[in-house]
Ligand binder design. Structure first.
Ligand code: UDP
Length: 384
């Protein structure tokens, strides 16, 4: 059987976790097409992997549509959305199957593929709960999933359960954990720190885009309780959370963290930075759909402290591969960090468990094979 002609679709071209997953997932799909609503680093990443990248060039306006707002907010953009959907339908017609990697992409792809009768796979990367999506958004997504999705790929049981809780059909779901391959830097921690310009002494870091639900403020409040401990916060406000970024800087000043907290901005060397830490912290205050950051920390061979919400417990094996603390609780986070930094907790065993677990369960090849299998099955069923 010949390989199906796949059209991968994503609305954003910025590199948050979902886009990094897509860039990894398309590894075996050299020669396939990607349709993006805007230009940006994802376009370059996909082109570097041998995909033909088509850009709508009119999707920037969509970035302003918050996912928790009513779909009626999209009305003033109706003309552009219709043009985008038509362009998408034109590309879909020349392919056997459409693979939508973001929820905005899925909504438009659902309409486009209905018009040209092509099967559609939705890779859902988000927890479909009221924290992130308004009720009308959730109804729309579930309705379109039932009407149009041949399969809904999710990265964790946490996302699967949120889809079902929002009214989604369980039989549509396949859990495919995100996969990551990281080549470790051979240099010892002290040498890495010098090379990266990081301070000596106890050092903890968080490595996520800046957004209120990612909880960087909880780390800052925990650091305020840990004199002598330095912190780094990598990441930027990718999706317009600039007010939160400014708030974090203000909070650091208020808490008197000047001199022992560094904001690194958006980095492209996160795994190496993680290797230079004593502890990696993942302080999300709402359930995490997956958390590539967690797996990167496990592969870096560094103790991880994460909040016990969403997929973190799945990935950290209920706490055997890292320390779980309650969300939004700076005192609990500070206590966990203090125990690890003082050598009172024994993280070496957890670090070894974590590394083996990450290498076994979350290699990129496994994710690519599972996604290719799903694409192949859906394409075959559509031909039958
Ligand atoms: N990341 C990055 N540079 C930064 C901060 C984060 O490249 O400065 C990467 C991080 O290494 C991870 C991804 O962004 O691979 C975030 O994925 P995750 O699933 O943790 O969160 P999401 O952004 O999807 O909510």
């Amino acid at each position: 059987m010949t390989r199906p002609r796949v059209l991968f679709v994503n609305h954003s071209s910025l590199l948050s976790g979902a886009e990094l997953v897509l860039a990894d997932a398309v590894g075996p799909w050299r020669g396939a097409t990607a349709f993006l609503f805007e230009d940006g680093p994802l376009a370059a990443a996909l082109a570097a992997r041998g995909l033909a990248v088509e850009q709508a060039g009119m999707g920037r306006a969509l970035a302003g549509l918050r996912r928790d707002s009513s779909p009626l907010r999209a009305l003033p953009l109706a003309g552009r959305l219709a043009a985008l959907t038509l362009a998408l339908a034109g590309h879909a017609r020349r392919h056997d199957l459409v693979y939508a990697n973001s929820q905005k992409a899925f909504i438009l792809a659902a309409l486009a593929t209905a018009a040209v009768r092509r099967p559609l796979i939705w890779h859902l990367h988000d927890i479909l709960d009221p924290v992130h999506f308004g009720p009308a958004q959730r109804r729309l997504q579930i309705g379109l999933a039932h009407a149009r999705a041949a399969r809904v790929v999710v990265p964790s049981a946490a996302v699967a359960e949120s889809f079902v809780a929002a009214g989604g059909r369980r039989d549509l779901l396949t859990v495919v954990p995100n996969g990551l391959d990281v080549i470790p830097d051979p240099r010892p921690r002290s040498e890495l720190r010098r090379a990266l310009g990081l301070p000596e002494g106890p050092l903890v870091g968080a490595f996520s885009r800046l957004a209120p639900w990612k909880g960087q403020h909880v780390l800052l409040r925990a650091l305020a309780r840990l004199p002598g401990v330095h912190g780094v916060v990598a990441g930027s406000a990718l999706f317009g959370e600039d007010a939160y970024a400014a708030e974090l800087e203000g909070l650091a000043a208020t808490l008197g963290l000047a001199g022992r907290l560094t904001f690194l901005g958006q980095r492209s060397d996160v795994p190496r930075l993680m290797q230079a830490m004593d502890v990696v912290v993942h302080p999300s205050i709402h359930p995490e759909p997956f958390g590539r950051t967690l797996v990167e920390a496990m592969l870096a061979g560094v103790p991880v402290v994460a909040t016990d919400a969403g997929a973190a417990a799945e990935i950290l094996d209920g706490g055997r591969a890292g320390t779980l603390v309650p969300p939004d609780d700076p005192a609990a986070l500070a206590a966990a960090l203090a125990r690890i930094l003082a050598g009172e907790a024994a993280p070496a065993a957890a670090v070894a468990v974590a590394r083996t677990r990450a290498r076994t369960l979350y290699p990129v090849g496994r994710m690519q094979d599972e996604i290719a299998g799903i694409i192949g099955r859906v394409a075959r069923e559509a031909r039958a």
